[in-house]
Design a protein around this ligand. Structure first.
Ligand code: R1P
Ligand code: URA
Length: 291
């Protein structure tokens, strides 16, 4: 294989990858991703020790240990386009030899777990619930730029979703990707499981009207009423489809966990979002440290 060129794989003079500003030795096999850069310290305050800190743009990283568990926390910022950067650069840190600029013969699979926030789409799932995404349905377009195969179950759900919502006839091409079953099985009691819809925006793409009129005024209703067997849509947010899609394409185990800060059916908003997110972090880190 020809070495990757300098505009393809961008390595700084310090030997770090361009956006994340990390060298291969700075990253752990288990990585927590969070949207908000300020949330990284809220995760790493539970580490027993921190061995490396980095920050470039919205990408803040703290790496350390909980007991013997080697763990990193990286902020992604908002949206699938940022996930494209974070996933490709984390993958490069473990699967590309920076000295030869070639893909390593031996593939390393990371465990990548998002601890985020979301809007809930079922009336009986209250704000502050912790939601584990079984699948993500992407209303964004990131994964249309990659060659990704779907299994028959994924194809079945996305076909039913398109039939139910009619959104695929409206300049949107929804896609689907499943999260890691191996990671998901650890998050039982205290977590609600369901399909997550990933939206390419917080306002119009999530049915919010401030001033701009909506092209799809019935979006929320179409999402809340969708069912495929036992699968229903529990929530929406802005990263999980890219996380699950790129996890599949690059061969990493990915899981997305969210605290519901808004319920878009009952029209309620969490009174103390920080406390609810802290609860998710503490509870989930306890599980992650034991995996
Ligand atoms: C929108 O406010 C942001 O919050 C959610 C959405 O996915 C989007 O990134 O997640 P985070 O709280 O992890 O950023
Ligand atoms: N994040 C989102 O993307 N939507 C919400 O409603 C809440 C958090």
């Amino acid at each position: 294989m020809n070495p990757l060129g300098s505009s393809e794989l961008i390595i700084t003079p310090r030997g770090t990858i361009y956006h994340l500003d990390l060298a291969p030795e700075h990253i752990a096999p288990t990585v927590i991703t969070v949207g908000d850069p300020d949330r990284v310290k809220e995760v790493s305050k539970y580490f027993d020790r921190i061995t490396h800190k980095a920050q470039h743009r919205e990408f803040v990283t703290h790496t350390g240990y909980i007991g013997n568990k080697h763990i990193s926390c990286v902020s992604t910022g908002i949206g699938p386009d940022n996930i494209d950067i974070v996933y490709n650069e984390l993958d490069a840190l473990v699967n590309i030899d920076f000295a030869t600029r070639t893909v390593k013969d031996q593939h390393t699979s990371l465990s990548l777990i998002r601890l985020g926030t979301c809007g809930c789409l079922q009336a009986e799932v209250p704000v502050e619930s912790l939601i584990v995404s079984s699948h993500a349905i992407g209303m964004d377009n990131l994964m249309h730029y990659y060659k990704m195969d779907n299994n028959p179950d994924e194809n079945y759900i996305i076909n039913e979703f398109n039939r139910h919502t009619g959104l695929d006839n409206k300049n949107i091409r929804p896609y689907i990707a499943e999260g890691s079953i191996n990671l998901r099985k650890h998050f039982g009691a205290g977590y609600v499981h369901g399909i997550t819809v990933t939206c390419p925006g917080f306002y119009g793409p999530q049915g919010r009207v401030l001033r701009g009129p909506l092209a799809f005024p019935h979006l929320i209703d179409a999402l809340t009423t969708f069912k495929s067997g036992d699968n229903r849509i529990t929530n929406f947010e802005m990263e999980t489809s890219a996380i699950y899609g790129l996890g599949k394409v690059l061969g990493h185990k990915s899981l997305s966990i969210s605290t519901a800060v808004a319920n878009r059916v009952t029209k309620t908003f969490c009174s103390d979002g920080n406390a609810a997110v802290d609860n998710m972090i503490r509870k989930s880190l306890e599980i992650i440290a034991g995996i």
